[in-house]
Design a protein around this ligand. Sequence first.
Ligand code: SF4
Length: 454
Amino acid sequence: MATEEYVTVTKNACKLCTPLGASLFFKGICGSIPLLHGSQGCSTYIRRYLISHFKEPVDIACSNFGEQTAIFGGEVNLKVAFDNIIRQYNPEFIGVATTCLSETIGDDVPMFIRKYKEANRDNKLPQLVYVSTASYRGTHIDGFHDSVKATVDILTSEYSYCKRENSINIFPGMLSPADLRYLKEIFNDFDVPFVMLPDYSQILDGSPWKEYQKFPKGGTKVENIINMGTAKACIEFGKILAEQNSAGKLLNKRYDMPCYNIGIPMGIHETDIFFNSIETITGKSTPEKYIEERGRLIDSYIDSHKYVMGVRAAVYGEEDMVVAIVSFLNEIGIIPVLCASGGKSGYFKDKIREMISDFDEKGIVVIDDSDFSHIETFAKQLKPDILIGSSKGYAISRSLKIPLIRVGFPIHDRINGSRILHIGYRGAQQLFDTIVNTLLEKRQESSVVGYSYM
Ligand code: SF4
């Protein structure tokens, strides 16, 4: 009798579900409700994941597929979902993201939305934006960026803009609320008008409430998104994103708007590029406060280079975040011996190779489309001194007895996921101090004599 050999293809993917990224993006718009078109388990899982990271309430609606919907399609459910959300929340914006089930049965959501709008042509409806987010086709970061683009596409398409304002559009990508607050501080210090999309810095990291609020304060205003077509220029973070179809590229093509596609500004090199871009667009000089931050950062690099030089790190997460961390590690002398992501854009290895001149000599391993069991296997061989990534790598850190520096999303086993600052000179300072102190603690703990003075 022939025997079949079964292989585990993916055990614990180094990526998250695609509509999760879409839901997070939609949370960053003022007066917005994310609506998942599919089964309830998907929205429950996504809510659970976001709440556990941000420690804030996260409302996500669902069109609640059942057995009949899975067979006959979800048009009626979507219509009922719109009616219920509009009655209960009166939102300005509903962002519809599909789940695997509705994608698999082939629901024509754009047609459902058209029919809903026609049937309600005498009523004032919220903006209805749809994005296709089959999870078997992408990662959470694809869901995030595709939603940014769909929103900009739909909200700016009905207008012809006849004049250019002085404002800047900023597309930061999936950063922490602390990062988004820092970006707003920078643009305010430059005294330049800007529209940042999305902005969940208050919505997902706000003050306590006396009573439940349907819409927490904050978020990018719908009217400001509509006006994005009038901006002087766009800045969009992500070297992998720069190779893809993005919201910035759409505005560039549609309105001939200059788009500065730059890396996530982590470390001095990438942050300098970011500040130079603002200077070029505005003609203004970087405020002294940031020049001082940069100076302090360089001083700390000088003071502590002996503790980090030649240290080996394994970095994992979404592709652009890993590329940005590698750029930072490269400038402080840490070797990113293992760079891993669950994404599979096809650009990951090239972007890392571009940044590290002696990439081959250092024996750096880059793996995309990976899961945590691959990462553990490679980490065992490459013997890194530290791991850098989300809390999902904790099991590897525990099994290999190497410290984990938590960055990015999700952080499910610590309290400060929202407040980790990754970007700018200030973010690099925090990350640098955390890495150096973690290495010092490891040395101190493993020292046979122990010491309390360096
Ligand atoms: S079924 Fe698809 S959309 Fe739903 S939670 Fe799973 S991966 Fe995400």
